[in-house]
Ligand binder design. Structure first.
Ligand code: ZN
Length: 246
């Protein structure tokens, strides 16, 4: 499977780049993971959004759903009469208003996911973990069924011991790393130290630091994460169109 970073800033777009959004592809199937601001523009560099097969949303903070509405409009208006499939958009149901907004009749259909219940979407099998965040949010462990390769996306979270088991043996971990070392046990986000330690404990091969903070020394953020992850983990800063084949 192939993962591509579309947007990577936390909270708001910055210097022409957008917020949390990732494209996961395998066997001709494309899954959009979160739809932050700038998603639609960057997605068009990768594929025609009319061919997108499914979307999954970790939580309903604006920096993860900002472009969801315009993606619905794109598919509603762009085809000019050409039939395109209803787009499944997966989200949790603990925020009724936002969940209902995933459905736009004739265009997209909201579908629920639940912690503890594995969910198959195309070639992927997903598991979920409720995170530490001010609103209900779920991390995702995504396995490509055919190969057994695993991507974990923490979504937004502060330190949570359960990640140790959730991350175990993943090939790639995309971690919310919004804070420098020294602010551990934050109520909403990981620090560079916590992201690095998670990667070490989970025996992760590649750690992608994402949901990045603006106006912070990102080289320092990466160095701190690398220090705690250990030399066996490749630690990368997320950037637009960064692509990894897993
Ligand atoms: Zn959030």
């Amino acid at each position: 499977m192939k993962v591509t970073v579309l947007g990577y800033w936390g909270a708001f777009p910055w210097n022409g780049e957008g917020t949390s959004s990732y494209l996961l592809e395998a066997d001709g199937f494309s899954l959009l993971i979160d739809a932050g601001s700038s998603t639609l523009n960057v997605l068009q560099e990768q594929l025609d959004p009319l061919t997108l097969d499914a979307v999954i949303i970790s939580h309903y903070h604006h920096d993860h759903i900002a472009d969801l509405g315009v993606l619905q409009y794109y598919r509603q208006l762009k085809p000019k009469g050409l039939p395109i499939p209803i787009l499944p958009i997966y989200g949790h149901q603990e925020d009724k208003g936002h969940y209902e907004s995933l459905t736009l009749p004739g265009v997209s259909e909201g579908r629920p996911y639940v912690e503890g219940e594995p969910l198959d979407i195309g070639p992927f099998r997903l598991g979920f973990l409720r995170t530490v965040h001010p609103v209900t949010c779920f991390a995702m462990r995504i396995e490509e069924i055919k190969t057994g390769k695993v991507l974990v996306y923490t979504a937004d979270s502060g330190h949570l011991a359960a990640f140790k088991e959730f991350n175990e043996g993943a090939d790639v971990l995309i971690a919310d790393t919004y804070l420098l070392e020294g602010q551990e046990n934050h109520h909403a986000h990981f620090t560079s130290k916590e992201a690095g330690l998670m990667a070490r404990e989970g025996r992760i091969k590649t750690l992608i630091l994402s949901h990045l903070p603006q106006e912070v020394d990102l080289d320092l953020l990466r160095e701190q994460a690398q220090h705690h992850a250990g030399e066996q983990v490749a630690v990368l800063l997320a950037q637009r169109n960064l692509t990894l084949t897993i």
